[in-house]
Design a protein around this ligand. Sequence first.
Ligand SMILES: CC(C)(COP(=O)(O)OP(=O)(O)OC[C@H]1O[C@@H](n2cnc3c(N)ncnc32)[C@H](O)[C@@H]1OP(=O)(O)O)[C@@H](O)C(=O)NCCC(=O)NCCS
Length: 312
Amino acid sequence: MNKNTDNDNEYNYTQKGPAFMVNVTFCRLGRNIPAPFAGYVLPYVRKHIMQLEGDAPVTVLGAMWNGLACAAAVAEWAEDGGELLSLFVDPKARGCGVAGHLLDLMLEEGARLGKKSLYLNYILKDSELAAMDALVESRNGSLENGAPVCGIASDDFLDSPLLGPALRPGWKKPGNIRLFSELTQRQLEQLEVQEGLPVFLRPSALGEKVDPALSVVWVEDEEPAAFALSFQCGDRMFCLSSSWRGPRAPEGSFRALICTQVNQCWYRSGGSFVFFISPINPRSAAMAEWFTGGNYEPYTQREALIPIPANR
Ligand SMILES: CC(C)(COP(=O)(O)OP(=O)(O)OC[C@H]1O[C@@H](n2cnc3c(N)ncnc32)[C@H](O)[C@@H]1OP(=O)(O)O)[C@@H](O)C(=O)NCCC(=O)NCCS
């Protein structure tokens, strides 16, 4: 758990958790999340809330165990409802009701703001999925969707002839590949209007789910010809949000893109990580197979909605 620092925004809520929570206090945090809590908020969420207007309706809550930061939650509010953008509890503090209490405080905040519901979208498996589902259901929420997602552990492809080389020192990205952050304005515009590229796969449709330092583009004659876009979706977790290969991209370009992406994830996480691909269609399912030779973990992507009664 992280050592806390002085924070003016801090205040204790009335304790109403079980007896073992007497040493846990909860606090409201600013959008510029103090260092001890920052590690408990997904990087893309931290970036997103920092970029919002000054008075944007965002609530950031933290939890401390014996004075040490141990969890955080972030919600963004729209006109009628809100979205829980992040909820993370330190592994050492799990199973003690910390997440449940943070969620209750967030729902109270929603009621105070006159909101009617809180939406959640998470990718988890096993006990974490069971815990999140239980959290939602015990607050009268509905579990709306359960799409399978392939989670590929980087350690499993160290020996893969396809991707292993990208995780070894000395690997160099091919000259035709640009990071999204290196594209010119013209190339960014060209990316949006590629012939045959569905609207939902365009970078502009994905917003914060395109991390410019993790997303990569293959260029032919300085024009985009294929891409793989991704973002960090959790602690050492990365998610492929969109990929596309146009007719001008040569054989092998897509593999080179994925290798570059994996290499960037490796450096970002400083070691092992999980890479997620949604098998939403036969092509992406085949891609997950190709990546791993069938050696992947089944995760579930869940959408959920918790109603917020007015008198909560
Ligand atoms: C999921 C997570 C937030 C749960 O945190 P936690 O502090 O351990 O959760 P709690 O102790 O409050 O328990 C939550 C609920 O799950 C239940 N639960 C806990 N472990 C469970 C398990 N293995 N199986 C079934 N239910 C379980 C608890 O009984 C509780 O239900 P209740 O509210 O009806 O009493 C935590 O594991 C975590 O941070 N995971 C990584 C990040 C993440 O997955 N975030 C969610 C996506 S935004």
